[in-house]
Design a protein. Sequence first.
Length: 109
Amino acid sequence: MLRKTFTTFFTAIVLVAVSASSAAATPLLPTVKPTQPMQAVQQQLVKVNINTASAAELAMSLTGVGQRRAEAIIALREQLGGFTDANQLMQVKGIGPRLIELNKERIEL
């Protein structure tokens, strides 16, 4: 009698373990792919006028530009009396052709 009870109990434990592991292996929510690629989202970003924007606006709007670089952009803007070409930003330490290319769609004069 004890052996039959043990066998029944053991079988129940195995069934619970198997059903729990199969439930854990099944995702609860379906995976959803983004509807737009990241590049498309970046293209929707607002343009920033480098002749009128504040340091905070430049830092938030331009990829690779933090607060210090934004302040350096403003210092150069004041020194030049305003930018006439986006490539003038390369005079700021840390800004090169790659950074200009990354932000060309966002930069406005």
